[in-house]
Design a protein around this ligand. Sequence first.
Ligand code: PEP
Ligand code: MG
Length: 322
Amino acid sequence: ERAELAQFVGVSTVAASGERFELFANIGKPDDATQAMERDAEGIGLFRTEFLFMDAMSMPTEDEQFEAYKKVALICKGKPVIVRTLDVGGDKEIGYMGFEREDNPFMGYRAIRYCLSNEDMYRAQLRAILRASAFGEVRIMVPFVTCVDEITVVKALVKRYMQELDAEGVAYDANIQVGVMVETPAAALVADLLAQEADFFSIGTNDLTGYTMCADRGNDKVRYLYSTYNPAVLRSIRRIIECGNAAGIQVGMCGEAAADSLLVPLWIAFGLGEYSVSGTSVLATRKSISLWSKEDACALAEKAMQLKTATEVYDLLRESAR
Ligand code: PEP
Ligand code: MG
Protein backbone atom coordinates (compact mmCIF):
# COMPACT_ATOMS: atom_id res chain seq x y z
CA GLU A 1 0.00 0.00 0.00
CA ARG A 2 2.90 2.31 0.81
CA ALA A 3 4.29 1.97 -2.70
CA GLU A 4 0.88 2.65 -4.14
CA LEU A 5 0.64 5.92 -2.19
CA ALA A 6 4.21 7.00 -3.01
CA GLN A 7 3.01 8.91 -6.08
CA PHE A 8 0.98 11.15 -3.76
CA VAL A 9 3.97 12.36 -1.77
CA GLY A 10 5.06 15.93 -2.44
CA VAL A 11 2.24 16.77 -4.83
CA SER A 12 -0.69 19.08 -4.28
CA THR A 13 -4.19 17.80 -3.54
CA VAL A 14 -6.32 17.96 -6.68
CA ALA A 15 -9.51 16.38 -7.93
CA ALA A 16 -9.48 14.52 -11.25
CA SER A 17 -11.04 17.62 -12.84
CA GLY A 18 -8.28 19.89 -11.54
CA GLU A 19 -9.84 21.67 -8.54
CA ARG A 20 -7.36 22.19 -5.74
CA PHE A 21 -7.92 21.44 -2.07
CA GLU A 22 -6.01 21.92 1.15
CA LEU A 23 -5.14 18.77 3.02
CA PHE A 24 -4.17 19.26 6.65
CA ALA A 25 -3.53 16.97 9.60
CA ASN A 26 -5.02 16.76 13.10
CA ILE A 27 -2.58 16.72 16.02
CA GLY A 28 -2.78 16.45 19.80
CA LYS A 29 0.77 17.10 20.98
CA PRO A 30 3.25 19.60 19.59
CA ASP A 31 5.64 16.80 18.59
CA ASP A 32 2.93 15.26 16.41
CA ALA A 33 3.45 18.18 14.04
CA THR A 34 6.80 16.74 12.95
CA GLN A 35 5.18 13.49 11.90
CA ALA A 36 2.35 15.33 10.22
CA MET A 37 4.86 17.24 8.09
CA GLU A 38 6.77 14.02 7.32
CA ARG A 39 3.49 12.52 6.21
CA ASP A 40 3.13 15.43 3.81
CA ALA A 41 0.30 17.36 5.44
CA GLU A 42 -0.09 20.87 3.99
CA GLY A 43 -0.75 22.33 7.42
CA ILE A 44 -2.40 21.53 10.74
CA GLY A 45 -6.19 21.71 10.51
CA LEU A 46 -6.86 20.87 14.14
CA PHE A 47 -4.45 21.19 17.05
CA ARG A 48 -6.37 19.72 19.98
CA THR A 49 -4.84 21.84 22.74
CA GLU A 50 -6.61 19.97 25.55
CA PHE A 51 -3.73 17.48 25.60
CA LEU A 52 -1.44 20.22 26.91
CA PHE A 53 -3.89 20.69 29.77
CA MET A 54 -4.58 17.00 30.39
CA ASP A 55 -0.89 16.13 30.60
CA ALA A 56 -0.22 18.83 33.22
CA MET A 57 -0.81 18.76 36.98
CA SER A 58 -2.06 22.33 36.98
CA MET A 59 -3.15 24.92 34.43
CA PRO A 60 -0.32 25.46 31.91
CA THR A 61 0.92 29.04 32.07
CA GLU A 62 0.78 31.48 29.18
CA ASP A 63 4.51 31.02 28.61
CA GLU A 64 4.27 27.23 28.62
CA GLN A 65 1.44 27.37 26.12
CA PHE A 66 3.28 29.93 24.01
CA GLU A 67 6.29 27.57 23.76
CA ALA A 68 4.04 24.70 22.67
CA TYR A 69 2.17 26.71 20.02
CA LYS A 70 5.34 28.38 18.79
CA LYS A 71 6.98 24.97 18.42
CA VAL A 72 4.18 23.81 16.13
CA ALA A 73 4.31 27.06 14.15
CA LEU A 74 8.07 26.65 13.62
CA ILE A 75 7.79 22.97 12.65
CA CYS A 76 5.17 23.91 10.06
CA LYS A 77 7.37 26.64 8.55
CA GLY A 78 4.66 29.03 7.45
CA LYS A 79 2.02 26.42 6.63
CA PRO A 80 -1.34 27.03 8.33
CA VAL A 81 -1.73 25.88 11.94
CA ILE A 82 -5.28 25.93 13.27
CA VAL A 83 -5.14 25.99 17.06
CA ARG A 84 -8.39 24.98 18.66
CA THR A 85 -8.91 26.66 22.00
CA LEU A 86 -9.55 24.43 24.99
CA ASP A 87 -12.26 21.83 24.40
CA VAL A 88 -12.87 20.42 27.87
CA GLY A 89 -15.92 18.94 29.52
CA GLY A 90 -18.16 16.30 28.03
CA ASP A 91 -15.90 13.27 27.94
CA LYS A 92 -12.76 15.34 28.52
CA GLU A 93 -12.40 16.12 32.20
CA ILE A 94 -9.35 17.67 33.78
CA GLY A 95 -8.93 17.14 37.53
CA TYR A 96 -7.50 20.49 38.54
CA MET A 97 -10.21 22.43 36.72
CA GLY A 98 -12.70 21.34 39.35
CA PHE A 99 -15.65 20.33 37.21
CA GLU A 100 -18.81 19.57 39.14
CA ARG A 101 -20.77 16.44 38.42
CA GLU A 102 -23.44 17.09 35.80
CA ASP A 103 -26.44 15.05 34.76
CA ASN A 104 -25.83 15.82 31.10
CA PRO A 105 -22.14 16.63 30.66
CA PHE A 106 -22.40 16.52 26.88
CA MET A 107 -25.01 19.25 27.01
CA GLY A 108 -23.32 21.03 29.85
CA TYR A 109 -20.44 23.12 30.90
CA ARG A 110 -17.81 22.50 28.26
CA ALA A 111 -15.47 23.94 25.65
CA ILE A 112 -16.18 27.60 24.82
CA ARG A 113 -18.77 27.76 27.61
CA TYR A 114 -16.12 26.89 30.15
CA CYS A 115 -13.56 29.21 28.55
CA LEU A 116 -15.81 32.26 28.48
CA SER A 117 -16.53 31.94 32.19
CA ASN A 118 -12.88 31.39 33.10
CA GLU A 119 -11.44 34.54 31.68
CA ASP A 120 -7.97 34.31 33.22
CA MET A 121 -7.52 30.87 31.77
CA TYR A 122 -8.81 31.90 28.36
CA ARG A 123 -6.74 35.07 28.36
CA ALA A 124 -3.57 33.05 28.90
CA GLN A 125 -4.46 30.74 26.04
CA LEU A 126 -5.46 33.46 23.58
CA ARG A 127 -2.40 35.55 24.39
CA ALA A 128 -0.17 32.48 23.98
CA ILE A 129 -1.69 31.76 20.56
CA LEU A 130 -1.36 35.41 19.52
CA ARG A 131 2.29 35.47 20.54
CA ALA A 132 2.91 32.23 18.60
CA SER A 133 1.29 33.80 15.53
CA ALA A 134 4.45 35.88 15.09
CA PHE A 135 6.24 32.63 14.16
CA GLY A 136 3.99 31.22 11.46
CA GLU A 137 0.53 31.14 9.90
CA VAL A 138 -1.37 30.50 13.12
CA ARG A 139 -5.17 30.60 13.29
CA ILE A 140 -7.61 30.43 16.21
CA MET A 141 -10.54 28.03 16.18
CA VAL A 142 -13.41 28.08 18.68
CA PRO A 143 -15.01 24.71 19.54
CA PHE A 144 -18.61 23.84 20.39
CA VAL A 145 -20.10 27.12 19.26
CA THR A 146 -23.90 27.25 19.44
CA CYS A 147 -24.65 30.95 18.93
CA VAL A 148 -23.27 34.04 17.27
CA ASP A 149 -22.55 35.82 20.58
CA GLU A 150 -19.82 33.34 21.38
CA ILE A 151 -17.75 34.17 18.32
CA THR A 152 -18.30 37.91 18.65
CA VAL A 153 -17.16 37.76 22.29
CA VAL A 154 -14.05 35.75 21.36
CA LYS A 155 -13.22 38.25 18.62
CA ALA A 156 -13.56 41.12 21.11
CA LEU A 157 -11.27 39.31 23.56
CA VAL A 158 -8.70 38.72 20.83
CA LYS A 159 -8.78 42.42 19.99
CA ARG A 160 -8.34 43.36 23.64
CA TYR A 161 -5.35 41.02 24.06
CA MET A 162 -3.82 42.42 20.87
CA GLN A 163 -3.95 45.87 22.48
CA GLU A 164 -2.29 44.49 25.61
CA LEU A 165 0.48 42.96 23.49
CA ASP A 166 0.87 46.24 21.59
CA ALA A 167 1.38 48.06 24.89
CA GLU A 168 3.95 45.44 25.92
CA GLY A 169 5.73 45.64 22.56
CA VAL A 170 5.12 41.94 21.86
CA ALA A 171 4.78 40.75 18.25
CA TYR A 172 1.78 38.91 16.84
CA ASP A 173 -0.08 38.54 13.54
CA ALA A 174 -2.58 41.41 13.46
CA ASN A 175 -4.51 39.58 10.70
CA ILE A 176 -4.88 36.34 12.62
CA GLN A 177 -7.98 34.43 11.55
CA VAL A 178 -10.62 33.48 14.09
CA GLY A 179 -12.78 30.58 12.94
CA VAL A 180 -15.71 28.54 14.18
CA MET A 181 -15.75 24.82 14.62
CA VAL A 182 -19.20 23.86 13.39
CA GLU A 183 -20.13 20.78 15.37
CA THR A 184 -23.52 21.45 16.93
CA PRO A 185 -26.94 21.42 15.24
CA ALA A 186 -27.47 25.00 16.46
CA ALA A 187 -24.32 26.21 14.72
CA ALA A 188 -25.34 24.38 11.55
CA LEU A 189 -28.76 26.05 11.60
CA VAL A 190 -27.27 29.53 11.97
CA ALA A 191 -24.28 28.84 9.73
CA ASP A 192 -25.36 31.74 7.50
CA LEU A 193 -25.11 34.11 10.48
CA LEU A 194 -21.92 32.61 11.86
CA ALA A 195 -20.32 32.90 8.43
CA GLN A 196 -20.65 36.69 8.65
CA GLU A 197 -18.57 36.72 11.84
CA ALA A 198 -16.12 33.87 11.34
CA ASP A 199 -12.99 33.97 9.19
CA PHE A 200 -13.37 30.24 8.45
CA PHE A 201 -15.41 27.16 9.33
CA SER A 202 -14.21 23.71 10.20
CA ILE A 203 -16.88 21.04 10.44
CA GLY A 204 -16.45 18.72 13.40
CA THR A 205 -18.30 15.69 12.10
CA ASN A 206 -17.63 13.57 15.19
CA ASP A 207 -19.71 15.77 17.44
CA LEU A 208 -22.05 16.98 14.70
CA THR A 209 -23.07 13.37 13.99
CA GLY A 210 -23.69 12.57 17.66
CA TYR A 211 -25.59 15.75 18.46
CA THR A 212 -27.63 15.72 15.25
CA MET A 213 -28.66 12.10 15.73
CA CYS A 214 -28.89 12.42 19.54
CA ALA A 215 -26.82 9.25 19.70
CA ASP A 216 -23.84 8.49 21.89
CA ARG A 217 -21.42 6.30 20.00
CA GLY A 218 -20.23 4.87 23.32
CA ASN A 219 -23.70 3.47 24.01
CA ASP A 220 -24.16 0.00 22.50
CA LYS A 221 -27.91 0.31 22.23
CA VAL A 222 -27.94 3.50 20.13
CA ARG A 223 -24.62 3.28 18.34
CA TYR A 224 -26.39 2.11 15.16
CA LEU A 225 -27.74 5.67 14.85
CA TYR A 226 -24.30 7.22 15.11
CA SER A 227 -23.48 7.50 11.41
CA THR A 228 -22.47 10.42 9.24
CA TYR A 229 -24.28 8.65 6.38
CA ASN A 230 -27.62 9.66 7.86
CA PRO A 231 -29.51 12.06 5.57
CA ALA A 232 -29.94 14.43 8.54
CA VAL A 233 -26.19 14.73 9.04
CA LEU A 234 -25.42 14.99 5.32
CA ARG A 235 -27.99 17.75 4.84
CA SER A 236 -26.51 19.59 7.78
CA ILE A 237 -23.00 19.33 6.35
CA ARG A 238 -24.15 20.43 2.90
CA ARG A 239 -25.83 23.46 4.40
CA ILE A 240 -22.79 24.45 6.46
CA ILE A 241 -20.56 24.29 3.40
CA GLU A 242 -23.04 26.25 1.27
CA CYS A 243 -23.34 28.99 3.90
CA GLY A 244 -19.58 29.27 4.27
CA ASN A 245 -18.98 29.37 0.54
CA ALA A 246 -21.77 31.90 0.02
CA ALA A 247 -20.05 34.20 2.52
CA GLY A 248 -16.68 33.64 0.87
CA ILE A 249 -14.97 32.01 3.84
CA GLN A 250 -12.91 28.83 3.79
CA VAL A 251 -14.80 25.70 4.85
CA GLY A 252 -12.92 22.69 6.12
CA MET A 253 -13.71 19.47 7.89
CA CYS A 254 -11.71 18.01 10.76
CA GLY A 255 -13.85 15.10 12.00
CA GLU A 256 -13.23 11.47 11.09
CA ALA A 257 -15.56 11.71 8.09
CA ALA A 258 -13.01 13.91 6.28
CA ALA A 259 -10.90 10.79 5.74
CA ASP A 260 -13.75 8.47 4.74
CA SER A 261 -13.04 7.59 1.11
CA LEU A 262 -16.69 6.72 0.47
CA LEU A 263 -17.81 10.20 1.55
CA VAL A 264 -15.09 12.18 -0.24
CA PRO A 265 -17.14 12.55 -3.47
CA LEU A 266 -19.95 14.12 -1.44
CA TRP A 267 -17.56 16.59 0.15
CA ILE A 268 -16.22 17.50 -3.30
CA ALA A 269 -19.76 17.95 -4.61
CA PHE A 270 -20.77 20.10 -1.64
CA GLY A 271 -17.77 22.38 -2.18
CA LEU A 272 -15.60 21.56 0.83
CA GLY A 273 -12.26 23.35 0.49
CA GLU A 274 -10.09 21.85 3.20
CA TYR A 275 -9.71 18.41 4.73
CA SER A 276 -8.01 17.76 8.05
CA VAL A 277 -7.31 14.11 8.78
CA SER A 278 -5.07 12.03 11.03
CA GLY A 279 -1.44 12.00 9.96
CA THR A 280 -1.70 8.38 8.85
CA SER A 281 -4.60 9.24 6.48
CA VAL A 282 -3.03 12.17 4.62
CA LEU A 283 -1.82 10.32 1.54
CA ALA A 284 -4.84 8.03 1.30
CA THR A 285 -7.13 11.08 1.42
CA ARG A 286 -5.09 12.83 -1.28
CA LYS A 287 -5.54 9.72 -3.39
CA SER A 288 -9.32 9.54 -2.71
CA ILE A 289 -9.72 13.15 -3.81
CA SER A 290 -7.67 12.55 -6.97
CA LEU A 291 -10.05 9.80 -8.09
CA TRP A 292 -13.11 12.03 -8.47
CA SER A 293 -13.96 14.74 -10.95
CA LYS A 294 -16.29 17.44 -9.73
CA GLU A 295 -18.84 16.35 -12.33
CA ASP A 296 -18.87 12.70 -11.26
CA ALA A 297 -18.94 13.68 -7.59
CA CYS A 298 -21.93 15.97 -8.20
CA ALA A 299 -23.81 13.27 -10.10
CA LEU A 300 -23.26 10.84 -7.23
CA ALA A 301 -24.20 13.42 -4.58
CA GLU A 302 -27.38 14.24 -6.46
CA LYS A 303 -28.44 10.60 -6.17
CA ALA A 304 -27.21 10.14 -2.61
CA MET A 305 -29.08 13.18 -1.34
CA GLN A 306 -32.39 11.77 -2.58
CA LEU A 307 -32.06 8.61 -0.51
CA LYS A 308 -34.00 8.20 2.70
CA THR A 309 -31.81 6.12 4.97
CA ALA A 310 -28.20 5.86 6.10
CA THR A 311 -28.09 2.29 4.81
CA GLU A 312 -29.23 3.31 1.34
CA VAL A 313 -26.65 6.08 1.26
CA TYR A 314 -23.92 3.74 2.43
CA ASP A 315 -24.86 1.09 -0.13
CA LEU A 316 -24.84 3.61 -2.98
CA LEU A 317 -21.48 5.08 -1.97
CA ARG A 318 -20.09 1.60 -1.49
CA GLU A 319 -21.06 0.41 -4.94
CA SER A 320 -19.74 3.68 -6.45
CA ALA A 321 -16.46 3.46 -4.55
CA ARG A 322 -13.20 4.11 -6.44
C1 PEP B 1 -15.24 16.67 16.02
O1 PEP B 1 -16.07 16.84 16.89
O2 PEP B 1 -15.52 16.24 14.87
C2 PEP B 1 -13.81 16.95 16.26
C3 PEP B 1 -12.92 16.92 15.29
O3 PEP B 1 -13.44 17.26 17.53
P1 PEP B 1 -13.24 16.22 18.70
O4 PEP B 1 -13.23 14.85 18.07
O5 PEP B 1 -11.95 16.60 19.33
O6 PEP B 1 -14.43 16.47 19.55
MG1 MG C 1 -15.71 18.00 18.70
